[in-house]
Design a binder for this molecule. Structure first.
Ligand code: PAF
Length: 285
């Protein structure tokens, strides 16, 4: 594995690979790698000749400076995992390398970016669009891999790709990886206290149980039941729980509005100052 720190270098290496007719799989990350990231890399490894993983804590997508400051940075351990997963190029640039000048682009991301994370974290998705569009332009991947834990982010990236004309590139959504007790893997999990870590699996357990309950409940009742059950744990506070159309990300008011009966419940929960997100699929036929 080669560690690449300069934009020019990664662009040249990828251009060379494309000239040789090789496919390129890109896995954008912010580091603090866990088994969820490794599953994306494994998939990219199977489906492409060359695998590029970017490790970059992107400042423009943090609307909370404290969150940016405390975001885990574990480059050495990350590189060991990348090497073991058979990555060709680990692209680990500095902030100055990616943003030699301020990125002032405002993307017209539309309704997919206006709800949930978009409403709670102003500017977040514009920052995601800024960095991901740069990574796409720098590496020219054949396929790019993203985890479904950030379900709304994938819809936003698809929209950005459409706006920016990345139409030949396949954006591949990969399933959420969970701990044995159901907690969705997240780089933020390491910040949970032992007590918070003990209760956190209830988030997934309660959402998963609601999939069955939903068959005899309205959308509003399902939402209320999930929120009440999670909030009953004194360590947890739901920021939002919305059940949305999986393509448009717009909240549905009735199960009939779910295309082919499919909807996704998206949640954000605070445990102290740690903000966790998760989601679950509903299939109401
Ligand atoms: O999901 C993430 O880790 C980030 O939002 C991404 C896609 C790497 C962009 O910084």
């Amino acid at each position: 594995m080669e560690i690449v720190r300069k934009v020019n270098n990664i662009s040249e290496l990828c251009a060379q690979a494309r000239t040789e007719g090789k496919s390129i799989g890109l896995v954008p990350t912010m580091g603090a790698l866990h088994a969820g990231h490794v599953s994306l890399i494994e998939r990219a490894r199977k489906e492409n000749d060359i695998v590029v993983v970017s490790v970059f804590v992107n400042p423009t997508q943090f609307n909370n400076p404290e969150d940016l400051r405390t975001y885990p940075r574990t480059e050495e351990a990350d590189c060991e995992k990348l090497e073991a997963a058979g990555v060709d190029y680990a692209f680990i640039p500095s902030v100055e390398e990616i943003y030699p000048e301020e990125d002032t682009r405002i993307f017209n991301l539309g309704p997919v970016a206006e709800v949930m994370e978009g409403a709670m974290r102003p500017g977040h998705f514009n920052g995601v669009a800024q960095i991901v569009s740069r990574l796409f332009a720098m590496t020219g991947p054949t396929r790019a891999y993203f985890g479904e834990k950030d379900f709304q982010q994938i819809a936003v990236i698809r929209r950005m790709a459409e706006l920016e004309g990345f139409d030949k590139l396949d954006i591949i959504a990969c399933p959420i990886k969970r701990e044995a007790d159901g907690l969705a893997l997240s780089s933020r999990n390491v910040r949970l206290t032992p007590r918070q870590r003990e209760v956190a699996p209830a988030i997934h357990a309660i959402m998963a149980a609601s999939v069955d309950d939903a068959k005899s409940m309205t959308v509003d009742q399902t939402i209320k039941s999930v929120v009440d059950k999670i909030n009953a744990h004194e360590e947890m506070e739901v920021e939002y729980y919305q059940i949305v159309n999986p393509v448009t990300m717009q909240p549905i008011a009735d199960w009939n509005e779910a295309p082919c009966g499919e909807a996704v419940g998206c949640i954000t929960v605070y445990l102290g100052d740690v903000r966790l997100i998760d989601n679950i699929k509903y299939n109401i036929k």
